[in-house]
Design a protein around this ligand. Sequence first.
Ligand code: FAD
Ligand code: NAI
Length: 468
Amino acid sequence: MPEKTYDVVVIGGGPGGYVAAIRAAQLGLKTACVEMRKTLGGTCLNVGCIPSKALLTSSEKFEEAKHSFASHGIKLGSVELDLPTMMANKNKVVEDNTKGIEFLFKKNKVDWLKGRGRITARNEVTIEGDGGSETVGAKNIIIATGSESMPVPGVEVDEQRIVTSTGALELAEVPKRFAVIGGGVIGLEMASVWGRLGAEVTVIEFLDRILPGMDGEVSKQMQRILGKQGMTFKLNTKVTAAAVGNAGVTLTVEPSKGGEAQQIEADVVLVAIGRRPYTAGLGLEEMGVEINQRGRIVTSHHWETNVPGIYAIGDVIEGQMLAHKAEDEGVAVAELIAGQSAHINYDAIPGVVYTWPEASTVGKTEEQLKAAGVKYKVGKFPFTANGRARALGMTEGFVKMLADAATDRVLGVHIVGASAGDLIAELALAMEFGASAEDIARTCHAHPTLNEAVKEAALAVDGRPLHM
Ligand code: FAD
Ligand code: NAI
C-alpha cells in the first residue's frame, strides 16, 4: 500500500464526482478527488449547464428588451448587444461556481489531487500532475470521468468554425449563419442563444423530429414555436462532409435514407449529435473493468463494476447524461460505501430543455406507454387558459399528464411553457411518492400561478378541468 491511503478516491470532479466526495467526507470517510482540469465542477460547471444557462439568460433578456418590453408599456431607446460583457458575465458565473466547489472541498476536508488519475492496481490510483506523479492508496475507487462530444464523420472540429458546445459558448462574434448538426438538447439551447443574438439558425436533424427522446407532442410543439422564432429545421437529413473555406463552412447534406446531396453554407457549425463516455487513459482495460458496446462502464444496481471496490457513476455509466442524475448517484454510492443503504428511482428523474419556452419531462412518454402496452389516461391543459401565463404574456405551451387507466397513478408528465423546468419539480416529487392524478388535483395550488396548469391537467385526466 502507498504511504498515503484514502477510504475513497473519486476520479473526476464533476457533479457526480464532487458530490460523491463531499457526501463520503460528510460520512466520516477519508476522501480525495482527482481532477485534471484547472477548476472543479466538471463539464457541467465549466463548459456545460452553468455557462449555457448564463448565456441563455442573458440572450433572453436581450430578446425581451428588444421585442417584449414595449407590450408591457416600457419604452427603451435602441437596444444594443455588448457581447464581450455578456461573455465576461458568463465567465464570472462559472468562476464563482467552480470556486464554490473548491470551498466546499476545504470545508468538508476533501483533498483535491490535481492531475490525471489512472487506476494502477485494485486499490491504487496514480496521479500525473504538473509537479510529477503520485500514487495513493484507495480502499474504494469511484470513477466519475464524465463524457465528451460525439464526432460526426467527415466533420472535423476546430473549435473556431466547427465547434462543439465548448466552442459555441466562447464565440467572439455573432455568426451570421449558424448551422447546428443535431436537434437535441445542446443543439436547441445553443441555437436559441445565437438565434436571439442575431444569427440565422439552421438545425439539421437525422430523425423525423427534434428532441426525439421527449414526448411526441412536446417535440411537435417545440418545433412549431422555435420555427416561429426563426429557426429553420432540416429533418430526416444527414451531414456527409464539411469544408472550411475563407467564406465559412460548406456542409454537404443528404436525406438520412440516401438521395440527392445539397449544400448548406454557414459561418459557424455546431456539432451536437450526443455525447459519449470518457474513459481514456483510466487503466480500465488493464484492470479488467467491463465496458459495454456503447463504451459505458457496466455496473451493478449498486454502481459497483465487475471489479470489487471500483464503482462508477454519472455520464460514464448507462442512463441519462444529466447533472442531477450524476449527483444523486454520487450521494447513493458514497452512502453505500459508508455502509448505509441507497436507492435511485430512475423513473422519476426530470429533464429540462432551457429554451424559451422551456420543455420539461418526468416519467414515461405517451410513445413509451403505447410501446409497453400500458393502458393510460391523458389530461392536458394549455397555458392560454392560465391567468398567470396571460399576465406574463407567456401563453405558449401546455401541461400533459399521463396516468394509469386502472389505478390513476401518475406515469409521466410533459410540459412546454414558461418555467416548465421549475414546474416539473412538483411532478417529480409526486411520482416519487407514487401520487395519483387525483392526489394532485386535490392539492391546493396557489393562485395565480403557473402551477395551477398542473392541477388543471390533473383534473383533466378525469375529464373535469375547471377553466377549460
Ligand atoms: P463531468 O461533469 O463530465 O465531469 C467529469 C470530470 O472528470 C471532468 O472535469 C474531467 O476533467 C474529469 N476527468 C476525466 N478523466 C479524468 C482523469 N482520468 N483524471 C482526472 N480527472 C478526469 N445537464 C443537466 O442536468 N442540466 C443542464 O442544463 C445541462 N446542460 C449541459 C450543457 C452542455 C453544453 C453540456 C455539454 C452538458 C450539459 N448537461 C446538463 C450535462 C451535464 O453536464 C452532465 O450530465 C454532467 O456534467 C455529468 O457529470 P459527471 O460528473 O458524470 O461528469
Ligand atoms: P442529444 O442526444 O440530446 O441530441 C442529439 C440529437 O442529434 C438527436 O436529436 C439525434 O437524433 C441527432 N443526431 C444523431 N446523429 C445525427 C447525425 N449524424 N446528424 C444529425 N443529427 C443527428 O445530444 P446533445 O444535444 O449532444 O446533448 C448531449 C447530452 O447532454 C444529452 O444527453 C443531454 O442529456 C445533456 N444535456 C442536457 C441539457 C439539459 O439538461 N438542459 C443541456 C445540454 C446537454
